[in-house]
Structure formats: C-alpha cells, structure tokens
Design a binder for this molecule. Structure first.
Ligand code: NAD
Length: 449
C-alpha cells in the first residue's frame, strides 16, 4: 500500500495500491494499442483536444492547487501559479502542434523531404517536488507529437498526476492515450525503462537515478531525456543593484523549501561587498514567512518527509551565519539557513542539498567568479547580477549551464527551452525545443530523373 501524507501535518491523505510489473505491462499494452488511432488524429485536431485539456485544467485550477499544496507542502500561492502554468503549457502545445513540420531539401536528381514522426509509446517518470508542472512539461509535447503515454509519478506525491489523468479523459483524449501508474521507481519505473515496447523515457529526477535510467535504456537503445539535479550559482558582482539582488536571492534558494532543481544554492558574492550583501541577505531571509502552506501569505512550507529533513540537516554544521524560524511540528519543518563564508570545496557547496540551505561564497574578480561557478559537476541554471551589460553577457556565455538569468532569479517559462549541461542531464523541455525530443526525423528521397 502506498500511504500518501501531508508533509505539513503528517496526516495520511490517501492510501493507494502499489502498481506491479504486471500493471506497468498492462499500461504499456494499452498505450501501444491506442497509438495507431492517436497518431492518425490530425495535428490540428490533437491541438483542439490539448486546448480543451487546458480549459478543463483552468476550470479545476483551484482543486489542483489545493491537492498539490496538501501533498507536496508547497505554499498555496505557488500551487496556484503552478496550476496556471499547467494550463499554459497545454495551450502552448495546442498552438504549436500543427506548426511543427518537415522540410524540403534541394538535392540532385530528385526531391528530398523530411517528416516528423512520433516515437510511439513514451514512458514519463517524474519527481516529487513539482509533480503536476513537470508532468505537463512532458505530456504537452509528447501528446502534441502523436505519442501515447505511460506516466509514472513519484510515490510520495502522485495525487495531482492521477487527477490530471482523469482530466485528460474528461477533455476527450481517448482512453489508452494517457495511462498513469503509481508504484515504486525501482519496480514500475525500471520496467518502463527496460520495456521493449517503450520507445523513449522522459525522466526528471536525481542524477544518481538518471544514470541508472541511462544504463537501463541502453539494452533497447531507447531514447532518453534526462532532467537531473543541480547546484546552481547566483553570482553577485559589486556593481549590481545589491538591494534588488539580496531581496531576490532568498526566493531563488528557499522557494519550494529549497526542493528545486534550479535552486541557486551557491550565492557567489564579490568580496568587496560581501559584508554589506550578507547584512541585506540576512534581513531578507529573516522576512520569509514559513508556516501553514494553505495560508495565502505563506512563502515557505515544510520539507517532503522526515527522512529528507534528516538528510538536509546533515549539511548544517560549522558555518551557520543565519537560521530563520520554522514551526515545531507536526510537519517536516526546517528553517531557512545561510552558511557563510563557505569554500566552494566544502560539501555544502558541492552536493545538491535540496533543502532551504544556501552556501554564500566570496570571490575576488570576474575570472574567479566564472571559475567557481563552473567548478561543479552540475550545469542546470544560474543568475548573474551586475549593472554592466557587457560583463553580464560575457559571464553568461562563459557559464556552463542550460538556463541562465541576468538580474533575475527566474528559470522557467513556457515558451523557452529548459534543461541542463554536464551532469544536470540532456535534452530540453518547454518551448518549441521540447518537440524535438518527442519525434524522429524521417527522410524521404523521391527520384524525379
Ligand atoms: P528520484 O531520482 O529519486 O526519483 C525520480 C523518479 O524516478 C521517481 O518517480 C522515482 O520513483 C523514479 N525512480 C526511482 N528509481 C528508479 C529506477 N530504478 N528506474 C526508473 N525510475 C526510478 O528523484 P526525486 O527524489 O523524486 O526528485 C528530486 C531530484 O529530482 C533532485 O535531484 C532534483 O534536482 C531533481 N529534479 C530535476 C529537475 C530538472 O528539471 N532538472 C526538476 C525537478 C527535480
């Protein structure tokens, strides 16, 4: 039995049967038999169905937001934004689907053309931190391109994904096109990864499990997209608007209680303004409102589980510069915490903590800032704060990361590509780039001479 809890209260909110290997096989068989008919639906009509799904999600936005808040512990204001994004993602791919087509290529002796073909059955595996958002980032382009789906959410937070599956049926997407299986990753997830009828795995999760997915997919030469962990840098130069940078930095690392792959959990600050920046950062961090996620004014909720809280706590030892407030419990609470000054070689600066703990690291000049920011096995996101436009672009070009912001700490937009460099994975989600990952290019040569 899969017991699902509210991490803010520790109460059981659902008990679900655990899917087995046989269930995964049945889901793959259902997706396989639904594929020919779904593939045959014209792109414009698939777009209409996705548009309808977007509308149904909008109509159920408040319900989805509350479900996400109760299951993940994230503030209701965040969950409302995320439910809005799910609808926006389906609207975007509804509009994109009939504008994604092949080319004609001039060649001697004939006409050459390319077609974008769907892959077939795709397995989508998602993590517990942004369940409905990440499900939509994969579902939108995969459905738009004519694939059928087996979607496996994380065991801790399956509820909004199950509801999305029901809403897809309500919107008129035919039975068998979207299948949701809830079960252990190493059983159900692994079965999808190794299944010979699954053409691709779209995976979001930890780098460690992602490496196993890549190995497991090798046996059937399966396509994979991997969206993995991060240890991103928030680089603050002395010529930045320090007030703005310091006011923004806490949200970049304490948002979703730090359980965010894009968390800028290494705050790199030019040494000449380090003390001033720390003063501003401590004040801004102290202002974060931690508490009941269902209160619309709450800015940070609990961690996902007791086990995860223990893991996060193990990173907080010597260099605590500030520790904010958090409720005592019940609930898996952890205060926003600043470690400073930290060396980039320390464990807290090297490993993904995935909790509300920021390491503040001094640097002397632009060259050192770039070196430290890139001195990590990860390469997901990052920010650059400076009023010097040439420097901003120079540093942005030098950083080894897939998603960067200048004078901002936001990472994710429906219209723009999202994904990592290095051990943060490969492939891109969102924007038009995501469509590439859910199609094969077929080339056809027609001899005319
Ligand atoms: P996880 O890797 O433990 O699990 C992710 C998913 O994989 C879950 O559904 C899990 O059940 C499944 N899984 C586990 N073992 C498996 C196996 N052997 N075969 C197939 N599937 C398996 O990650 P998590 O703890 O749920 O999420 C946190 C991690 O996700 C963090 O590292 C975070 O950075 C990363 N993440 C990355 C992004 C991104 O877009 N780059 C976004 C969100 C989270």
């Amino acid at each position: 039995m899969n017991v699902v809890r509210n991490p803010a209260t520790e109460e059981t909110i659902a008990e679900l049967p655990e899917a087995t290997i046989e269930d995964a096989d049945r889901a793959v068989a259902a997706a396989k038999s639904a594929f020919p008919a779904w593939h045959a639906v014209s792109p414009a009509d698939r777009g209409r169905l996705l548009r309808r799904l977007a509308t149904v999600v909008e109509e159920h936005g408040e319900e989805l937001a509350l479900l996400e808040t109760r299951n993940v512990g994230k503030p209701i204001s965040d969950s409302r934004g995320e439910a809005g994004m799910v609808a926006d993602v389906f609207h975007f791919y509804a509009g994109a689907v009939d504008k994604h087509f092949g080319e004609t290529i001039p060649v001697p002796g004939g006409v050459d053309m390319t077609f974008r073909e769907p892959l077939g059955v795709v397995g989508l595996i998602t993590p517990w931190n942004f369940p409905m958002n990440i499900a939509s980032w994969k579902l939108g382009p995969a459905l738009a391109c004519g694939n059928t789906i087996v979607l496996k959410p994380a065991e801790l937070t399956p509820l909004s994904t199950l509801r999305l599956g029901e809403l897809a049926l309500e919107a008129g997407i035919p039975e068998g096109v979207v299948n949701v299986v809830v079960g252990p990753g190493r059983v159900v997830g692994q079965r999808l990864v190794e299944h010979s009828d699954v053409a691709k795995i779209g995976f979001t999760g930890s780098t460690e499990v992602g490496a196993g997915v890549m190995r497991g997919a090798a046996g059937t030469i399966k396509r994979v997209t991997l969206e993995l962990g991060g240890k991103s840098a928030n680089v603050v130069f002395a010529d930045a608007d320090l007030e703005k940078a310091a006011a923004s930095a806490p949200y970049a690392v304490f948002g979703n209680a730090g359980q965010d792959c894009c968390a800028r959990s290494r705050i790199l600050v030019e040494r000449s303004v380090f003390d001033r920046f720390m003063e501003l950062l401590v004040t801004a961090t102290g202002d974060i409102k931690v508490g009941n996620p269902e209160d619309p004014s709450t800015e940070m909720g609990p961690l996902i589980s007791a086990g995860h809280r223990e893991k996060v706590a193990a990173y907080v030892d010597g260099d605590v510069a500030f520790r904010g407030d958090a409720p005592d419990g019940p609930g898996f609470w952890f205060p926003p915490t600043l470690l400073a000054p930290v060396s980039n070689d320390d464990r807290a600066a090297r490993e993904e903590i995935f909790g509300p703990v920021a390491a503040v690291i001094p640097f002397v000049d632009e060259e050192e800032a770039i070196r430290l920011a890139n001195d990590t096995p990860y390469g997901l996101s990052g920010s650059i704060w400076t009023e010097n436009g040439a420097r901003a672009l120079r540093v942005a070009r030098a950083l080894e990361a897939g998603v960067l912001s200048i004078n901002s700490n936001t990472s994710v937009r429906v219209q723009t590509p999202f994904g990592g460099f290095k051990q943060s994975g490969f492939g891109r989600e969102l924007g038009l780039h995501a469509l590439e990952g859910y199609t094969e290019v077929k080339n056809v040569y027609f001899a005319t001479e």
